[in-house]
Ligand binder design. Structure first.
Ligand code: B12
Length: 140
């Protein structure tokens, strides 16, 4: 899966710890790091076709996140494979944009301080469901 932040978000500590918590349960993570531009995201999604795209947003600026999600969907990446989380509620734009982000079909981890076990469970469940869908399609 791909992991990173977008826009001008430089909160690398959270990014690093989330990466470690996923690696701990055997998930392969390509960490793009912080303040990743939309074009860089799109380039990596096209190159690696990841099972999941995980975007962290810490600094309260949700507009770049919304733009990235739209760009990914426009480029044909399924919104069901996008997971966002971090400090999504605190910024002035937070409360109004979370429903908008959810409505686009991405998975929003709404807890600002999920334990690593919660985070690991969300991701494992998501991967399990996606794999089950792929199996069901190929069985038809
Ligand atoms: C350290 C820090 C900084 C450092 C970052 C250093 C670094 N290299 O990482 C510096 C000083 C650079 C910084 C700058 C700023 N910061 Co700052 N920062 C923090 C601080 C104190 C800790 C963040 C952290 O690393 N936590 C450690 C991680 C592991 O814990 P966590 O955040 O709880 O992580 C969990 C969740 O967030 C979630 N999660 C995190 N990432 C992801 C990704 C995905 C995909 C998922 C699903 C979940 C997820 O899961 C994690 C595990 O539970 C927080 C306050 C706080 N106490 O949280 C403010 C905070 C995040 N910062 C804040 C702000 C406003 C800023 C600035 C805008 C301040 C300013 N005016 O300049 C700038 C923005 C800079 C930028 N361009 O991004 C606000 C954000 C408010 C908001 N969201 O509305 C906070 C919450 C402080 C506050 N209470 O106001 N910051």
């Amino acid at each position: 899966m791909l992991l990173g932040t977008c826009g001008s978000d430089v909160h690398s500590v959270a990014n690093y710890l989330v990466e470690k918590c996923l690696i701990d349960i055997g998930i392969q993570v390509k960490n793009l790091g912080v303040a990743v531009s939309t074009s860089e995201w799109l380039h990596n999604v096209q190159e690696f076709n990841p099972d999941l795209v995980m975007v962290g947003s810490m600094n309260g600026d949700l507009q770049p996140l919304v733009e990235l999600i739209s760009s990914l969907i426009n480029a044909g990446y399924h919104s069901d494979r996008v997971i966002v989380g971090g400090k999504l509620r605190l910024g002035s734009e937070g409360p109004s944009l979370i429903p908008f982000i959810s409505a686009s079909g991405v998975t929003v981890v709404e807890s600002e301080n999920p334990t690593f076990v919660e985070l690991q469970n969300v991701i494992s469940d998501k991967l399990f469901k996606l794999n089950a869908e792929v199996d069901a399609k190929s069985a038809k």
